[in-house]
Design a protein around this ligand. Structure first.
Ligand code: SAH
Ligand code: SF4
Ligand code: F3S
Length: 444
């Protein structure tokens, strides 16, 4: 690879979970601090960062097809290729392999090392390729520039990594062990997000409710501290593990009004044998017991979860248990996936891998049940008055889109602006959104 002019424009594309979205924003800010500007939509970029996800095979393989396409579509006008950096979880898992398979890639950087991108770009400009998948002791957070302008709803990563080792999952390998950021750093970053326009903050972590600081304080203490900031209207957190749902955090749903009534608590399956084989360390009864406590603390809590169908050895009857659980819980929304064998995980080499057509059929049935549940939840909200945080304009003139406290998408027309917290009455429900009537605008 020969030398190339330093990049003047960049594009960052993030796949996967919200933590990747957060990392993508921070990489963009890092590049911005180097004087590199975002490439306008549809235009060529000198530097492309693909912030990748390794969770399922499809997501991971997509990287290689994207690299070819992006070189063509996002290349410079003079026909020279952009500099390409592969970041995120595929970078962590397949570092050197990416270099071998994709000669167009000049930088591979893992999720814990992306603060070193500027140095890697300097190398790439000289025609040298580099791979950095270290999990360094110094934290990237200390090396990143301050937050800049953000939308009304912002993400804040408080915890990274996972020690749970579910037998199907790559996250403990791509993101490393559970590490919590310090209380003071988080309060400081929350304040800069609020100054930059955030009215809602979603605290993020692969196991966000495992967050602990060095004094042993749990997530509810952080929520309490943030709730005391007058300009911050709403707090959310995701993703939680059933076993880390402490009494303190459950009580916070009762005591802290700014903590929104929504809980994403993945269960994965509704059968104890399958849960054990997954190494989930909760069973159906213990999961339901947690939900009961949360509902006792906050009756209107909206529940969400993740499901995997077709885990190795899952029988028809065991799958039916999952359908029964869905009916019993009454979820507000959920994600559901076909099991995807991931290299290096214990489940990938288990006997009785399930045939693709069986997985397809199970996923369809599960999604049917989840859609019914979601529509029922939305319909039950009709007639409610609630607040909506306005996030963007709708498709129609004068229409606005935002979220209800229960994380439903809500659209309405009238006098409002992005960032407003308005009072509405929910008037009509669809499977994926609700329409509302403005009661009274409450300007920021
Ligand atoms: N830490 C979170 C989830 C992180 S991954 C938790 O434990 O809940 C997000 C979701 O991807 C998981 O909840 C699971 O449903 C799904 N997932 C993870 N590995 C998978 C695999 N190998 N095949 C299919 N889905 C998977
Ligand atoms: Fe993966 Fe399980 Fe950790 Fe969630 S708890 S990130 S599913 S290993
Ligand atoms: Fe994907 Fe990594 Fe998130 S594998 S789901 S981007 S932690």
């Amino acid at each position: 690879m020969s030398s190339t002019p330093p990049p003047r424009t960049y594009r960052v594309k993030s796949f996967g979970c919200q933590m990747n979205v957060y990392d993508g924003e921070r990489m963009a800010e890092l590049l911005g601090a180097q004087g590199i500007t975002p490439a306008p939509d549809g235009e060529a970029a000198d530097l492309v960062v693909l912030n990748t996800c390794h969770i399922r095979e499809k997501a991971a393989e997509k990287v290689y097809s994207d690299i070819g396409r992006i070189t063509k579509e996002w290349g410079r006008k003079d026909g020279t290729a952009p500099l390409i950096a592969v970041a995120g979880c595929v970078a962590q898992a397949e570092g050197e392999e990416i270099m071998a398979r994709a000669p167009a890639v000049s930088m591979v950087v893992g999720p814990q090392a992306y603060h070193r991108l500027p140095a890697m770009i300097a190398e790439a400009v000289q025609g040298r390729r580099s791979v950095d998948t270290d999990m360094p002791a110094e934290t990237k957070f200390d090396a990143l520039p301050a937050r800049r302008k953000v939308g009304p709803s912002a993400f804040l990563t408080v915890q990274e990594g996972c020690d749970k080792f579910c037998t199907y999952c790559v996250v403990p390998y791509t993101r490393g062990a559970e590490v919590s950021r310090s209380f003071n750093d988080l309060v400081a970053e929350a304040n800069t997000l609020i100054e930059a326009g955030a009215r809602e903050i979603t605290l993020l972590g692969q196991n966000v409710n495992a967050w602990r600081d060095d004094r042993g304080r749990g997530l509810e203490k952080l929520v309490e501290e943030l709730a005391a900031i007058p300009e911050l209207a709403r707090i959310r957190y995701t993703t939680s593990h059933p076993n880390d749902m402490t009494e303190g955090l459950i009580e916070a749903h009762r005591d802290i009004a700014k903590l929104m009534p929504f809980l994403h608590l993945p269960v994965q399956a509704g059968n104890d044998r399958v849960l054990k084989a997954m190494n989930r360390s909760h069973n159906v009864a213990s999961y339901l017991a947690v939900l009961d406590k949360v509902r006792a603390a906050r009756a209107d809590i909206a529940l969400s979860g993740d499901f995997i169908v077709g885990f190795p050895g899952e029988s028809d009857a065991e799958f039916e248990d999952t359908l029964r659980l869905v009916e019993q819980v009454g979820y507000a929304q959920c994600f559901s996936f076909k099991y995807s064998p991931r290299p290096g995980t214990p489940a990938a080499t288990m006997d009785d891998q399930i045939a693709p057509e069986v997985m397809d059929e199970r996923l369809q049935r599960l999604q049917g049940a989840l859609n019914t549940s979601q529509l029922a939840f939305n319909q039950a909200s009709v007639g409610q008055r609630c607040t909506v945080l306005v996030e963007r304009r709708g498709k129609l003139a004068g229409q606005w889109l935002g979220k209800s406290p229960w994380l439903q998408s809500v659209h309405f027309s009238g006098d409002a602006a992005i960032g407003d917290l308005v009072e509405v009455e929910l008037v009509e429900a669809g499977p994926n959104s609700l329409s509302a009537k403005l009661s009274q605008p409450v300007h920021a």
